[in-house]
Design a protein around this ligand. Structure first.
Ligand SMILES: NC(=O)c1ccc[n+]([C@@H]2O[C@H](COP(=O)([O-])OP(=O)(O)OC[C@H]3O[C@@H](n4cnc5c(N)ncnc54)[C@H](OP(=O)(O)O)[C@@H]3O)[C@@H](O)[C@H]2O)c1
Length: 262
């Protein structure tokens, strides 16, 4: 159960329409939170909002593309009248795979914008208000990909790595001010976005997370920052953090190729 006195009464979930994001919404709503759901696809957003509303929760939807120039200002304006005690930045899967050299640079920069440049002002705004109130929580959703460089998803991996290190610093800074920061590291997770991409979830021995479990682990570890690795992925994270970078990076690249089918 997520403590509404510490993290409520409202939670903003960026990327709250499906997968782990909608699981966060359902679980928080069940604990009495009001939820603000943000995503691009307005139809899917409304479906999730209706489901959560039907369970008795207050819900506000904010359809926007985080990549738009006005996204941060629009979201801040749409939530300005709410006391937001929990910010979850979930949107951020890689949308442009493949080698960096020879790729479309604008697309690569979109990955960076989604996972870093739009996240910083949102954290700055919402965490600032939480620090003033001396309570709250910020969760940045990360990935095992953020533990090593990758030829298939180089900017994505680097941006998740940035988020992990950023979260650690923010955690130290905010802890004495009553605000918890958690970087939740996901391994392969059966989300609709990854199902649409055709990810191979059936590789023998590979841990596959289910959105409800992953969201529950994130919420129950809000106070256990700075980093929480979703169960089943701890050993991989340890291996990826090893000193033999050439071996690790090559083997991790081979593994990613199997999952994404290249
Ligand atoms: N699934 C995995 O195997 C896996 C593994 C490791 C880490 N992760 C991390 O887990 C998080 C969730 O991943 P996911 O697989 O569910 O895919 P995702 O594409 O990040 O989608 C999650 C949510 O974000 C929204 N979203 C995506 N792009 C957006 C944008 N530009 N503006 C506003 N909202 C946006 C989606 O709705 P719309 O599409 O309607 O906008 C959806 O509600 C990501 O941070 C990802 O890096 C996932």
């Amino acid at each position: 159960m997520t403590d509404i006195a510490k993290y409520g009464p409202w939670a903003v979930i960026v990327g709250g329409s499906e997968g782990v994001g909608s699981a966060f919404a359902r679980q928080l709503a069940g604990d009495g939170f009001g939820v603000v759901l943000v995503a691009r696809n307005a139809e899917r957003l409304e479906e999730t909002a209706s489901e959560v509303r039907a369970a008795g929760a207050e819900v506000r939807t904010v359809p926007l593309d985080l990549l738009s120039e006005t996204a941060v200002a629009d979201l801040i304006a749409a939530t300005d009248d709410l006391e937001v005690g929990l910010l979850i930045l979930n949107a951020g899967a890689n949308m442009h795979g493949g080698p960096f050299v020879g790729s479309d640079l604008d697309q690569q920069q979109e990955v960076l914008a989604l996972n870093v440049l739009r996240q910083l002002p949102l954290v700055h705004h919402f965490a600032g208000k939480m620090v003033e109130r001396q309570r709250g929580g910020v969760m940045l959703v990360g990935s095992l990909s953020g533990y090593n460089g990758s030829p298939m998803e180089g900017i994505y991996a680097a941006s998740k790595s940035f988020l992990r290190i950023f979260s650690e610093g923010l955690w130290v800074e905010c802890k004495p001010k009553g605000v918890d920061v958690l970087h939740l590291v996901l391994g392969v997770t059966r989300t609709p976005a990854m199902e649409r991409k055709g990810l191979n979830f059936d590789i023998p021995g590979m841990a596959v997370g289910e959105p409800d479990d992953v969201a529950a682990q994130g919420l129950s570890n809000l106070a256990n920052g700075p980093v929480s690795i979703v169960e089943g992925n701890e050993q991989t994270a340890r291996w990826k953090s090893g000193a033999d970078r050439a071996k690790i990076v090559q083997q991790a690249a081979d593994a990613v190729a199997k999952i994404v089918g290249h």
